[in-house]
Design a protein around this ligand. Structure first.
Ligand code: IPE
Ligand code: IPE
Ligand code: MG
Length: 250
């Protein structure tokens, strides 16, 4: 007698699924300036404290087995800030990359970056390329820094490339699909984020991953980024695990 494998309905199968951690976590790291202001400190000290949170959250993601962590570090709109703050931010980026390299290596973290990187100050570009190169073969968490990034700039860059393909007749307008667009995004090699965390309580996307966040679960916490702890991350993930993702279905 042959025993037929038991086929569970989709609903029943989900009962047996263990809570899963997001494969891809995206973070809008906001509130460094307010954290500093409430302490009577210069804003740059808020950014320094924020860099420590990046380290904590990266380590926690490694422990949790998250595969991709994308953090919004500098938007195309952040150039509007005083030039002292902008140059302090890029100085801090360079310092962070140099200081964190040993821990990225020991945690098997691969560093990547998205955004209009060619417009960054040349020292920051060099440090970034060097860290990307040195961590290229790591196989654990992929940490993606969004630098001089915005969703609209990314779409503009992608569409420009597609226009070139049409102009030189490699693509017929009638053949164009959203898959072409997806393939031209900076993030084409990675899955879309499952969970987006924004700190500091602001209820907006601020031009982050506009395409990729279509079906991402959103989580906003009032905590300022320098105060965000591993426990806060676990709370966000717990909340994510309670969400029902329907993707337009029932
Ligand atoms: C986020 O903190 C860091 C960057 C945008 C670079 P902010 O600097 O935006 O902090 P707030 O929003 O002024 O408190
Ligand atoms: C978003 O924060 C950008 C980054 C976290 C890098 P902002 O502080 O720039 O966003 P707004 O101005 O509050 O929308
Ligand atoms: Mg802000």
């Amino acid at each position: 007698m042959t025993v037929e494998p038991v086929a569970f309905s989709d609903d029943l199968a989900s009962v047996f699924q263990k809570p899963v951690v997001p494969r891809h976590l995206a973070v809008i790291m906001d509130g460094n300036g307010r954290w500093a202001r409430t302490r009577g400190l210069p804003r740059v000290e808020g950014h320094q404290a924020g860099a420590q949170t990046v380290r904590r959250v990266t380590e926690a993601c490694c422990e949790l087995g998250i595969e991709f962590l994308t953090v919004y570090a500098f938007s195309t709109e952040n150039w509007k800030r005083p030039k002292e703050e902008v140059s302090a931010l890029f100085g801090l980026l360079e310092h962070f990359l140099n200081q964190e390299l040993p821990s990225l290596q020991s945690n098997n973290v691969r560093l990547q970056a998205i955004g209009r990187l060619h417009e960054l100050p040349s020292n920051a570009q060099r440090a970034l390329q060097e860290t990307i190169r040195q961590t290229e073969t790591n196989t654990g968490l992929t940490l993606i820094l969004a630098l001089n990034y915005s969703g609209r700039a990314e779409l503009e860059d992608a569409i420009r490339e597609i226009c070139k393909s049409v102009a030189n007749k490699r693509l017929q307008p009638g053949e164009f699909t959203q898959e072409h667009l997806r393939q031209h995004l900076y993030t084409s090699q990675w899955p879309d984020p499952d969970l987006l965390i924004r700190t500091s309580g602001e209820m907006r996307l601020s031009n982050f991953l506009l395409w990729q966040l279509s079906y991402t679960e959103l989580y906003v916490t009032p905590k300022l980024w320098p105060d965000f702890t591993k426990l806060d991350l676990l709370e966000a993930i717990e909340e994510f695990q309670r969400r029902q993702r329907r993707y337009g279905g029932i």
